[in-house]
Design a binder for this molecule. Structure first.
Ligand code: SAH
Ligand code: SF4
Ligand code: F3S
Length: 446
């Protein structure tokens, strides 16, 4: 068998895509390796969201080029492939920046990889595919294998929101929803191959809509989740990412009514000032956002909420930034991701005049992250001496240890034998830090 090494950068959608790429390559006789030196095909699934992410691609390509040379000295041939959002954003430019890349595919063209590889093997020149045809892609890829107790499943791709800082609408294209039957079939295949939990993915997942089963009328996300919950061996359902004001009342009710839907929602606010939100082209005010939080908590009082934040967006004043800190204190997030604003080529915000100096962005990020971490720790500490059902998903770093996730997506460590992998176990929480909990076994759930 030939070997492929794939390095995945960026979001969960890329993690899902890399699995699908591996499935497509498996059919061609490739198996995955975790060691780049032994790979016949070296790939990076790239991310373009911030400057740092896209720089990382080119430094890793430098390493790949060295490996290719070393392998060549041993008489071994190697192809270098790029996939993902950098390819979509840069197009042919990638070959100028990295002439040794043999094949490049945008996020909608993974299904063309076998064809591009065949061309290379016939001695044809390098090639690139960047067509936007999600429907063709999903249909053409082979059956998805879960290979994990907690699996990602893309149900919606692309984004029509055009936040002024963001490249995703350009790299992933306009919104596309897969059909309910395609998603349910894929979920069943994942469960058959071992998945206990499925995380439904979409850039704007609440906008998922599709023809229902048996040509029933259009379904929304809540109806889809209700149907997925009927799969017996599927024990947990999650979804991400939500656009705050696109959450429907049905979805809020699902958090109250569907037991398998986990009490966790990623609800990125980005900034706590209405002026900044407007300049970002986010379609909500802070008040509207907080009212969504209230409704969710009324339906499911224990729901854990996480968010993304951008600091130093053009024109953000000290007062604006203070308002972001106020929102953090009000909502009490369980977890969060925060970033310095990064101007991206081709986006409206990159052309705004009032860019914020790097040192101010760094200071604000440090302040925000300290507060978020303090809140995250306080959230975790509340669980000491409580019992939580934990899905054990992988071996821990220490011998004899397993890692898993609570319903609130907290990382939990426990000392248990490997046969507990893939099981949901009731654990008494004995210790907590900002980043994880430690538990001891009480009993396994049936
Ligand atoms: N589809 C998701 C996530 C998009 S990217 C959503 O709409 O929420 C993930 C996060 O990256 C965003 O929520 C935002 O906080 C951050 N991000 C996007 N563009 C950025 C930029 N130019 N600079 C800094 N952070 C950015
Ligand atoms: Fe980017 Fe905004 Fe779309 Fe999220 S909603 S992917 S931040 S444009
Ligand atoms: Fe990055 Fe593309 Fe995801 S830019 S965050 S990999 S959608």
């Amino acid at each position: 068998m030939k070997k492929v090494y794939i390095n995945t950068m960026g979001c969960q959608m890329n993690v899902y895509d890399s699995r699908r790429i591996l499935d497509a390559l498996f059919v061609l006789g490739y198996e995955e390796t975790l060691f780049p030196e032994e790979a016949d095909l070296l790939m990076i699934n790239t991310c373009y969201i911030r400057e740092k992410a896209s720089d990382k691609v080119f430094s890793m390509l430098g390493k790949f080029c060295q490996i290719k040379q070393e392998r060549k000295n041993k008489g071994l041939s190697t192809y270098i492939g790029l996939a993902g959002c950098v390819v979509q954003a840069l197009g042919d430019e990638v070959f100028k920046k990295a002439p040794f890349v043999d094949l490049a595919v945008g996020p909608q063209s993974y299904h063309r990889i076998p064809e591009l590889l065949a061309k290379l093997e016939r001695g044809q020149a390098r090639s690139i595919e960047t067509n936007f045809t999600s429907d063709e892609k999903f249909g053409a890829l082979p059956v998805a294998q879960a290979r994990a107790y907690s699996a990602f499943l893309a149900i919606q791709e692309g984004c029509d929101n055009f936040c002024t800082y963001c490249v995703v609408p350009y790299t992933r294209g306009c919104e596309y929803s897969r059909s309910a039957s395609e998603i349910i079939d894929e979920a069943k295949q994942m469960v058959d191959s071992g998945a206990v939990e499925i995380m439904l993915l979409g850039q704007n997942v609440d906008c998922w809509h599709g023809l229902g089963l048996n040509n029933d009328k259009e379904w929304g996300l809540a109806r889809l989740i209700e149907e997925l919950a009927k799969i017996d061996a599927l024990k947990r359902i999650r979804y991400t990412t939500s656009y705050p004001v696109d959450i429907t009342d049905d979805m809020i009710a699902a958090h109250r009514d569907v037991d398998k839907l986990m009490p966790y929602i990623h609800l990125p606010i980005q900034a706590g000032s209405d002026g900044v939100l407007k300049a970002m082209n986010r379609r909500y005010s802070v008040e509207q956002y907080l009212s969504v939080v209230d409704k969710l908590r009324q339906a499911r009082p224990d729901i854990a909420i996480s968010s993304d934040f951008i600091v130093g967006f053009p024109g953000e004043t000290d007062e604006d930034f203070e308002k972001t800190l106020d929102v953090v204190r009000t909502v009490d997030y369980a977890q969060s991701y925060s970033f310095k604003y990064s101007p991206r080529p081709g986006t409206p915000a990159s052309l705004m005049k009032n860019q914020i100096p790097e040192n101010v962005k760094s200071e604000r990020l440090t302040t925000l992250q300290a507060l978020l971490l303090e809140r995250q720790k306080a959230f975790n500490l509340k669980f000491i001496h409580q019992t939580l059902p934990v899905l054990l998903t992988e071996k821990g770093k220490q011998d004899g240890q397993l890692n898993g996730y609570s319903p609130y997506l907290q990382n939990v460590h426990v000392t248990l034998p490997e046969e507990y992998l893939g099981k949901i176990v009731d654990l008494e929480i004995t210790n907590a830090t900002a980043s994880s909990l430690t538990g001891q076994t009480i009993q396994e759930r049936k």
